[in-house]
Design a protein around this ligand. Structure first.
Ligand SMILES: Nc1ncnc2c1ncn2[C@@H]1O[C@H](COP(=O)(O)OP(=O)(O)OP(=O)(O)O)[C@@H](O)[C@H]1O
Ligand SMILES: [Mg+2]
Length: 523
């Protein structure tokens, strides 16, 4: 009831006094300014806005914002309206310094009679200060980011009501200034990172800019032209070819020269993964599907925006094939143990050294997936069919290995180059590369001569090749198979069944050899 008594005791006039109207206008202007401050992200423009608007609000001549530099213990300002230069001074000096140290608002009606006043600032700016209010720019956390000053009241002196407005304005300005400073720092960091990223990218793309896939033979040139035509489309490509012919290199070339180059290139060797793990690896797995299993994204999601390369796709189980087909059709994946589809944008490249058409006939590969994958088909030739490229490849690998092993420079004798061109190279380009790496590692001088060749390469080209296929093999794949069987058996016999050494001599990975042993039932 006390409220009523008070209301009746003090009747209020329905018309605001001139004083009340002015303070209402000020409040409105202050609120409007706060909104504008909160929208301003650029520190210089923000400081400019606060200083400009404060002079209107307080009916004074000038406003300055000094920011505190704790490292140097200085106050500095860009905004002392009328001058564009940066002012810096010792934070322990002047009335601004007093407001900063004392943490209180200071009102001075005649500065030249105040012992705290630092006339050097007036001397520098050429401005004559008469009276001022200085208040710390303090955050809610208590941290002080600077000092706010209004100078020279147009009519008379600043009073307590002005000091109240300055304090309210300073509280809002402090938050806006800190935000703008943080945003400025983030922008600077972002720009630095962008610059660093561009630099790294230039370095990487410089590395990949040289044609990755080398060869002047018509077959390799034809492959390069095809890659050039299809790289910027997102069509699937099936890459075939014997082991070591450059299938993965073709996949990388397509990715790194395409519009997807800045996004991930993710490769999976389907043969190296047990069937039970393939699905989780490709599509991801939901937390708790099995005890102790954490949620994990699959390779399709990891390659989002980029390229997924499925190597040895012929070794995928029929179940996994069906799931991949679904991803290609629906462009979404579902984690193992989840029913929520996640959209993916992935270009699929696949490689195989199996004859997929015969795998289809035997019911081991889905025909529909095969046609989805081989929108474009690139068949890489075995090295023995592009012998004219051997000198180019050999000299390239020689320089590359010398650099890698920190040796050289080296050169091949003409006799060695001739020998290299005559070899059957069942392990194709990879075998050539490995052989050259071995020669560089063992080389004693600059010139690599016949004495540096591995015994197995010292074949007499005139003599029939020990691995030449019999005439019983009629088609090319049959002949290749026969040749591979023969070479593998011979090499295994020569190494006393040492798979690691045999794989090395044949230019295969150990897994590659194991796959072939399985395929030819040579175990
Ligand atoms: N035309 C080429 N130009 C330059 N380097 C090549 C070329 N072909 C292959 N290579 C190199 O030979 C090696 C084997 O190539 P890659 O791994 O791409 O063969 P692959 O066909 O995938 O073999 P696998 O079937 O055994 O997986 C790599 O080091 C690759 O860089
Ligand atoms: Mg490969």
């Amino acid at each position: 009831m006390a409220g009523y008594t008070k209301a009746f005791a003090m009747p209020v006039s329905p018309f605001p006094s001139a004083e009340e109207a002015r303070s209402e206008d000020k409040l409105r202007a202050l609120l409007h300014l706060c909104q504008r401050m909160n929208c301003e992200r650029d520190l210089d423009r923000l400081l400019d806005l606060v200083a400009r608007e404060a002079t209107f609000l307080l009916d004074c001549d000038r406003a300055s914002i000094f920011l505190y530099d704790p490292e140097k213990q200085e106050l500095w300002s860009k905004v002392a309206l009328g001058s564009e230069e940066i002012l810096r001074f010792d934070a322990s000096k002047g009335i601004a310094g007093a407001a900063l140290r004392g943490g209180e608002t200071v009102i001075v009606s005649d500065v030249y009679h105040d012992p705290r006043f630092n006339p050097n600032i007036d001397d520098t700016t050429g401005y004559r200060t008469r009276n001022l209010i200085a208040t710390p720019l303090r955050l809610l956390s208590g941290e002080t980011v600077g000092v706010f000053e209004v100078l020279n009241k147009k009519d008379g002196n600043f009073d307590a009501a002005d000091a109240e407005v300055v304090r309210s304005l300073a509280a809002q300005a402090a938050i806006a200034i800190q935000n703008a400073q943080l945003i400025g720092e983030l922008r600077k960091k972002r720009d630095e990172l962008t610059e660093e990223n561009t630099m790294l990218w230039r370095e990487v793309s410089g590395k990949f800019a040289q044609p990755l896939l080398l060869g002047n033979s018509p077959r390799i040139q034809q492959v390069l032209r095809l890659i050039d035509r299809i790289r910027d489309t997102s069509v699937s490509v099936l890459i075939g070819g014997e082991s070591g012919t450059g299938k993965e290199l073709v996949a990388r070339t397509i990715h790194y020269t395409s519009l997807r180059a800045r996004k991930p290139f993710v490769a999976l060797n389907c043969a190296a993964l047990p069937e039970t793990l393939v699905e989780a690896e490709l599509f991801g797995i939901e937390r708790g599907v099995a005890t102790g299993v954490d949620k994990r994204i699959g390779l399709f999601q990891a390659a989002h925006g980029g390229t997924l390369f499925l190597d040895e796709i012929g070794d995928l189980s029929l179940t996994a094939q069906a799931k991949i087909l679904r991803v290609l059709q629906e462009r979404t994946v579902e984690r193992v143990g989840s029913r929520t589809p996640v959209a993916v944008d992935v270009r699929l490249l696949a490689a195989t050294n199996k004859d997929l058409e015969s795998e289809i006939k035997q019911g081991r590969f889905r025909e529909d997936l095969y046609y989805r994958l081989r929108v474009i088909h690139i068949q890489l030739p075995p090295l023995r069919d592009i012998r004219e490229d051997i000198p180019l490849l050999a000299t390239h690998f020689l320089a590359e290995c010398s650099r890698e092993l920190n040796k050289g420079p080296h050169e091949f004798s003409p006799a060695v180059l001739r020998r290299l061109c005559e070899q059957p190279w069942p392990g194709n380009v990879r075998q050539l590369q490995n052989e050259i790496r071995r020669m560089v590692a063992c080389a004693r001088g600059r010139l690599i001569g016949e004495e540096d060749l591995f015994e197995g390469l010292l074949v007499d080209p005139a003599a029939p090749s020990p691995a030449a296929p019999s005439s019983a093999a009629r088609t090319l794949p049959e002949a290749v198979e026969e040749l591979e069987r023969k070479l593998i058996s011979e090499t295994l016999a020569a190494t006393g069944n040492n798979q690691v050494r045999a794989a090395k001599l044949l230019g295969l990975s150990r897994q590659g050899l194991i796959n072939k042993l399985k395929r030819y039932q040579l175990a």
